[in-house]
Design a protein around this ligand. Structure first.
Ligand SMILES: O=C[C@H](O)COP(=O)(O)O
Length: 242
């Protein structure tokens, strides 16, 4: 049985005060969502601690957006597993295309970060996906399978979430057709040792396309950027119609 996981990725949005205001607005909505849906918020590091202290038994789970592979050390600007788990973080996004594009993340460092997340008991959400150019050149499958082959070396697939995020659909309003997202996710699953890995779709998910996406048999959840930033739209997404 695969777990349904709906995760918001706030990226570099919201101060601590704004995050707490969001929480007050969102808390009542999330409690109405069916119990079999895991609801995760991956927020900036500066908001994690305050949100953690204010969850008060809420079913919302916290996620970070990066993790370094060492436990501690001279790594300016990085964060370690123990720093995240100490404040109640359960998930961590790894290998997001924005990290790969702007911060030099490679499949090798993605693999190190995945191993660190699992070592410290965090569930990694591994992001993979193709550019518009790769799709146009019919390289979608080879690119994604190449990423997985390198990223997943030595990774325990029973403690893993994968997000398929076509880069051309991120923040563009151009959603991947639900049938196509379903097809690519099915392909990813076919290459995994553990067929029960939760595989999400991400890229311009909105309240008006969530029902269609979640109706597809291979899609086990979503990773949402822009539409996770307001309690109203995020509330509609976590309460999608089954
Ligand atoms: O991690 C989330 C993705 O980058 C999707 O972002 P978006 O929902 O704003 O397109």
């Amino acid at each position: 049985m695969r777990k349904i996981i709906l995760a918001g990725n706030w990226k570099m949005y919201k101060t601590q005060a704004e995050a707490l205001e969001f929480l007050e607005g969102f808390k009542p909505t999330v409690e109405d969502a069916p119990e079999n849906r895991e609801v995760v918020l991956c927020v900036p590091f500066t908001a994690l601690s305050a949100l953690s202290k204010n969850l008060h038994g809420s079913r919302i789970r916290l996620g970070a957006q990066n993790i370094h592979w060492e436990e501690a050390g001279a790594y300016t600007g990085e964060i370690s597993g123990p720093m995240l788990t100490e404040i109640g973080v359960r998930y961590v996004i790894i290998g997001h295309s924005e990290r790969r594009q702007y911060f030099g993340e490679t499949d090798e460092t993605v693999n190190l970060r995945l191993k660190a997340a699992q070592k410290y008991g965090l569930i990694p959400i591994l992001c993979v996906g193709e550019t518009k150019e790769q799709r146009a050149a019919n390289e979608t499958e080879s690119h994604i399978l190449g990423q997985l082959e390198k990223d997943l070396v030595g990774i325990d697939q029973t403690k893993l979430v994968i997000a398929y995020e076509p880069i051309w659909a991120i923040g563009t309003g151009e959603t991947c057709e639900s049938d196509e997202a379903n097809r690519v996710i099915g392909l990813i699953r076919s290459k995994l040792d553990n067929k029960n890995v939760t595989i999400q779709y991400g890229g311009s998910v909105k309240p008006d396309n969530i029902d269609e996406l979640m109706a597809k048999p291979e899609i086990d959840g979503v990773l949402v950027g822009g539409a996770s930033l307001t309690p109203d739209s995020w509330g509609k997404i976590v309460n999608y119609r089954a």
